[in-house]
Structures are given as structure tokens and as C-alpha cells.
Ligand binder design. Structure first.
Ligand code: SF4
Ligand code: SF4
Length: 186
């Protein structure tokens, strides 16, 4: 990257982006939890621990760095942002107590609100609305459950359709169905 390109990048930074992340996440996790992002000292333990990063170009440390630098558009539109599996390994290992996984989840929320949720995630979300599970049970797993002496269906919304109605009501109130393009008949 040339020096002039770096200047252009700096000009595109949004110094309020970190505060936006902290503010947004504070409603869910509390301000203290979110403010841990400012303690990141770029050691890379998170990236080194990340199972997704072993197979993809995703680097947790870079997400933190770019967020702190205010590279809002770059962070929100990055394909890699959606590669985190939310396994919480980095969260457990960060020597500075940065609540990495929750911070990534909040950044994703901001990205989704601005219409940048990846289609693959929308597809999973539609399964959640339709079945109450991101991974609904299959006939194969029903058989396995029976062979293990369990009920055919787990004691979740699969067994309690009225609970699924409640989940759907909440989703509609939040307009999450619209965000992920869910259609009753689709
Ligand atoms: S492990 Fe923690 S301090 Fe180290 S780079 Fe990742 S978030 Fe920053
Ligand atoms: S929570 Fe996400 S970023 Fe952290 S180690 Fe797991 S996959 Fe990687």
C-alpha cells in the first residue's frame, strides 16, 4: 500500500466508532464490559487462539485494532467479521480481559442494522424463525435419540410449539424477520 493510500484511509476514519460500539453494546453487556476494547495492546493471543483464523483470513486482533483506529466502513463491510464462530476461546485467553467475542457480536449487530448481514447468516436466521433452531432436528437425529432412550424430540421448541409462537412474536416486534428476509410461506 502506498503512502498516499494510507493518507486516504486515515481521512476515512471515524473517531467516534469505538464509542459507538461501546454505547451500543452497553445496552446489552454494560459499559464496563464494552470499554475493555480500549485495553487491547495488540498481543495477538486472540488471533493465535482462534479456530476460525486457522482456516481463514480472519484475524481477531485486526478487528480490535481497526475498530480502535475508527476504520468503521472497513470493519463493518469486512467478510471476515462473519467468520467468528463465537467459541469464546479468545475471550477466555485475552491477557487484558478484552471481551472480544461480545465486542465482535456487537460490531456484527451494528453491521446488520446497516444492512450488511451476510446472506449465509440470514439463511440461518430464517431457519431459527421457521423451526426455533438454527440447526433443526432431522429424521436421522430423531432415530439416534430414540436409540439412546431419549424422547424423539428434544425438550425445546420442537416439543413446545407454543414457545415457538412466542419466539416469533418477539422476532416480529424487533423486525428481525424483515431484516433477514423471512416470509411465512417461503
Ligand atoms: S488477546 Fe486481547 S489484548 Fe491481545 S490482541 Fe487480542 S484483544 Fe488485544
Ligand atoms: S470467539 Fe470468534 S474470534 Fe474468538 S476465538 Fe472463537 S472464533 Fe475466534
Amino acid at each position: 500500500m502506498s503512502a498516499s493510500e494510507q493518507v486516504i484511509q486515515l481521512e476515512k476514519t471515524d473517531p467516534k466508532f469505538v464509542e459507538e460500539i461501546i454505547e451500543y453494546g452497553s445496552k446489552i453487556f454494560g459499559r464496563e464490559h464494552m470499554e475493555t476494547i480500549t485495553a487491547c495492546f495488540q498481543c495477538g493471543t486472540c488471533s493465535g487462539s482462534c479456530p476460525s483464523g486457522r482456516r481463514t483470513a480472519y484475524r481477531t486482533r485486526l478487528v480490535m485494532r481497526k475498530a480502535l483506529l475508527g476504520l468503521k466502513d472497513e470493519v463493518l463491510s469486512s467478510e471476515e467479521l462473519w467468520y467468528c464462530t463465537t467459541c469464546y476461546t479468545c475471550y477466555e485467553r485475552c491477557p487484558r480481559g478484552v471481551r472480544t467475542t461480545d465486542i465482535i457480536r456487537v460490531i456484527r449487530n451494528i453491521a446488520a442494522k446497516s444492512g450488511r448481514m451476510k446472506e449465509q447468516h440470514k439463511r440461518v436466521a430464517r431457519l431459527l424463525i421457521r423451526f426455533g433452531h438454527a440447526v433443526p432436528i432431522t429424521d436421522e437425529f430423531k432415530e439416534i435419540r430414540k436409540a439412546l432412550g431419549l424422547s424423539e424430540l428434544p425438550p425445546t421448541v420442537h416439543s413446545y410449539p407454543e414457545a415457538l409462537d412466542e419466539v416469533r412474536k418477539l422476532i416480529k416486534i424487533m423486525k428481525f424477520d424483515q431484516m433477514v428476509g423471512y416470509q411465512e410461506s417461503g
